[in-house]
Structure formats: C-alpha cells, structure tokens
Design a protein around this ligand. Structure first.
Ligand SMILES: [Ca+2]
Length: 489
C-alpha cells in the first residue's frame, strides 16, 4: 500500500502543478511513471442504479458492500450522465464524448457507425499494454466493441430480450407475451442462478488469472440489476418488508412542466400485468419498489464477492476501483417509472472511486462532475496520456481537495422523436432545460427551470415566471458558451 502511494504521489504533485491540456513533457513524464506503477482498473457498472444507497444517505437501503467502497474511497454527490438511457449514457462514458459528438441517442446504433475511429476507454488501456476484459453489460446489449478488449467477454444475458427468469411460471408468461414476462420475480435460488451471480463468479476467476499472469488489467464487470425485470433471489427480497415501503410524496409531474418533459414509461408498461395506460395500483407500485430494493442488495452482494476476491488475491494493493450506475430511475416519482427524461432524478448517477493510498478516504464532493470526466480521470490516475478527443476533464483534483469546484455546470440531453432535443444544464443551484428544434437550434419548443435550492425535489417549473426572464437568458448563455445545443442534430 505504502509503496503504491509513494509511486503515485509524484503523479499527483505533477498534476496539481500542471493544469489544462497536457503538454509533451507531461505526457512523457507520465508515460515514464506509468511503466513503474501500472495500477490495475476494476471498472464496475451497475445498470439502472439510481443513487439510492446507504452511502448516499438512503438509510432504508442495504448496500453494505458499495458503502464499503465509499468508506475506503471517494463519493461524488453530484455526478451526471449525459443522456438518461443505457446505450447513449454508456457510449458517452466509454468514448469520453457527449451524445452530440457520438450521435448515439438510441439503443440500436453502434458508435462505430457514427465515430468509427474513436479510441474507447478500455481500448486506450489496451493500447497502453493492459489486458482488457469484460463480463455482463458494459456496452449496451448487442453493441459490444470487440476492439476494446484483449480477452473476449460474455453477457450471460439473452441479447434480444430481458428474460432472465428462473421460475417456470415466469417463463410461461414471457412466452405468451413475446418475451416480456412479469416485471419482477422472487425465487428461492442461489445467487448465481441469475446472470449477476455468474458475472461475479467470472470476475473472481478473471482476478485470479490476472494475479497469476502479473499483467496489468482493466476488468469491466457490468451488473444487470436493478434493471427491469426486478428478479432476485428470495433472501434479498426478505431483507425488506413491503409494509415499510412508502410511495413517493409527489406522484404527478412537476407543476407547469411541459408535456414532453415527462416520459410515458413504455419500458415498464411492456411487462406482463402492467397497464398500457394510466397509473399503477398501490400494490403494484409497492411490489416494484420492493423488487428494486431487493435487486440493489442482490447486486451489492455480488460486488462484495468481487471486492473480497480482489483483497484475497492481494490485487487491491494496486487496483483502482470505480463504480457507476448508468443513469437514474423513477420509482413512481412524478407519477412515472424508469428513466428517459431530463429530470434531476434521471440524470443524477452514483459514482464512486477508490484506490490505494488515496487522500481523504471516505470523503465526498458536491462539485458537479459528468460521466465524460471518467475517461480522463482514469488516464490521470493510471499515468496514461489523455487522448485529444476527450470532452471531459479529470476530477482527480477533487479527491485531493473535495471542497473545490471543477465545473460550473453539468449537461445532459434527451431527444423527443426526430424533431425535438432537450438540453439540460445543472448548476450548483438550478436545473435549466431547453427543448428545441433539432433542425433549428434557435427555435425553442419549451423551457423548464427548477430552483433546487428552494425546491430541492424539482416540483415546480418556474421558467414561465416573468421575474426569471433575465435568469433564463443568463443560463442559456452559459449553455451556449459551453457549446451545448448549438448544432443541428
Ligand atoms: Ca441502464
């Protein structure tokens, strides 16, 4: 541990002194350091995990293993994905580019079609001598990028639908419903009856092999839960009592919000027994919230198994652990379910990092950070040069000084069909969203403004209040100055 710290210190000192784009000297110096240090990367993605964890202040959630990473590491209170849906968010993080640069706004288009030569995060580590391997969901299902990896991975999931049921009755329902079965399942089975347990098993085996080979590695483990359907072994359901589940206190859209701000939550409606229109019953809502919590604890336990193996192999002494959820989620909040909006609740994400010898263990920052910042940050920590295409900036300085601020704003976006794109900007106080024409960025379709200082849950859109006209002009200028939403899409 000490040795790692001593070797890493010069990198921090160097980077504290030098700011902005790395010069040739810095890159060469870092390359030289990299040869000596070569920390491994354990890259943990959790699908549809909103920051509802004990380490994020949610006392009702049992997430001891993720909490342990926070305790030994560093937690980002205000981290934001760039688009609140799987593939665009993951593509953005893994390429270091915003959706307007990847042109990936949907779940079907591969980024190699739109940005054929981009060097992805794992590919960059591969190009710098790392063994890179994945299990589970890193890229979106069916959109793997084989050049990112030195070792082939495995999804453990049926690629064309979300069937991971183990109970016969669930599969019978799914067969009748073109693959979409019940939205949750409770089964008295072992952890590895479902994909996430298998992913942990393979991750553990991979760690053992990396220990034997002694080669630096970038191991990416993408856990599926708490994505729908909320399937988990019974013991995780039994950790919670349905009677304790409280429904959100605001089950309708924000006051004065335009209709396109909301989602119709078609994703959940596609599951068996869910209404095609209208609200869920109270019982359905409680069962789903119960299932989501069970899935968090189930995945948390798998992460705990992997972290125990990291320690048992001794690799924890030289491994950077990063954990992220690809976007937020609504569990009846605003009367809606799933993601697919520009709301704070969908764009805000869990993000944790831990590495040997880090300063300020167990600290948090409220500085805004974005998923596009992950790529340059991991480069900095591993002593690799930062590719010039990256749109984010490293957040490593925050770890050394949690009270500092590295960004005035975080940006996300969401399309509404072929005609409208919504750009949203989070500042330390406000969330400002501008829905505009995709053909003509000057043309405003609708505006939203939430004062999160006075309305922390964003219940009231105040964009149309005359007294906020100047503020909106100022916020829009900030957006334009950052180059957000200026182009046709
Ligand atoms: Ca997702």
């Amino acid at each position: 541990m000490k040795g790692f710290l001593l070797k890493l210190l010069p990198v921090f000192i160097l980077l504290e002194i030098l700011s902005g784009a790395p010069g040739i000297t810095q890159v060469n110096k870092k390359k030289a350091l990299h040869k000596k240090n070569t920390p491994n990367i354990l890259f943990i993605a959790v699908d549809d995990l909103r920051p509802e964890l004990k380490c994020y202040g949610s006392k009702h959630i049992l997430s001891p293993n993720i909490d342990k990473i926070a305790k030994r590491g560093f937690l980002f209170e205000r981290a934001y994905c760039q688009q609140a849906v799987c593939s665009p968010s993951r593509t953005s993080l893994l390429t270091g580019l915003r959706p307007d640069a990847t042109h990936i706004y949907d779940l079907f288009t591969h980024f190699r079609k739109t940005t054929p030569d981009v060097i992805t995060l794992p590919q960059h580590f591969k190009n710098n001598g790392y063994q890179t391997q994945w299990f589970g969901k890193i890229y979106h299902a069916g959109l793997n990028d084989s050049v990112s990896w030195t070792i082939a991975g495995k999804t453990f999931e049926n690629e064309n639908n979300w069937r991971s049921y183990v109970l016969e009755e669930s599969n019978i329902i799914a067969d009748k419903n073109k693959g979409a079965g019940p939205p949750f399942e409770k089964a008295d089975v072992q952890d590895d009856a479902y994909p996430d347990g298998k992913i942990a098993n393979h991750g553990i085996e991979a760690l053992k092999q990396f220990r034997t080979s002694g080669k630096p590695f970038f191991l990416a483990l993408g856990f599926y839960k708490p994505h729908l359907p909320f399937n988990a072994p019974s013991k995780y359901w039994d950790m919670y009592n349905a009677a304790d589940v409280k429904l959100p206190d605001h089950m309708y859209p924000p006051d004065n919000a335009p209709a396109l701000a909301s989602s119709g939550w078609g994703e959940l409606r596609a599951y068996s027994g869910m209404p095609a229109k209208g609200e869920l019953s109270k019982e359905q809502s409680i069962n789903l919230i119960h299932g989501y919590r069970a899935c968090i604890s189930y995945t948390d336990a798998q992460i705990g198994r992997v972290m125990a193996a990291l320690k048992a192999t001794g690799l924890h002494k030289n491994t950077i652990v990063i954990l992220w959820g690809d976007h937020g989620w609504k569990l009846g909040d605003y009367g809606q379910w799933a993601k697919h909006t520009n709301f704070e609740i969908d764009t805000r994400v869990p993000l944790l990092i831990s590495f040997p010898g880090m300063k300020n263990k167990g600290s948090k920052t409220t500085s805004l950070v974005e998923f596009i910042d992950v790529y340059p940050s991991l480069c900095e920590l591993a002593g690799l040069p930062k590719p010039t295409h990256l749109e984010g900036r490293s957040f490593v300085s925050l770890i050394n000084k949690p009270s500092s601020i590295i960004k005035e704003a975080a940006f996300s976006q969401y399309p509404r069909g072929a005609k409208v794109m919504g750009y949203t900007m989070r500042t330390s106080r406000y969330r400002f969203t501008r829905w505009q024409s995709r053909d003509n960025p000057q043309e405003v379709v609708a505006l939203e403004l939430y004062d999160l200082q006075h309305d922390p849950k964003a219940f009231v859109n105040i964009a149309n209040k005359p007294e906020n006209k100047e503020l909106i002009t100022k916020l829009y200028k900030m957006m334009l100055d950052a180059g957000i939403g200026t182009q046709k899409t």
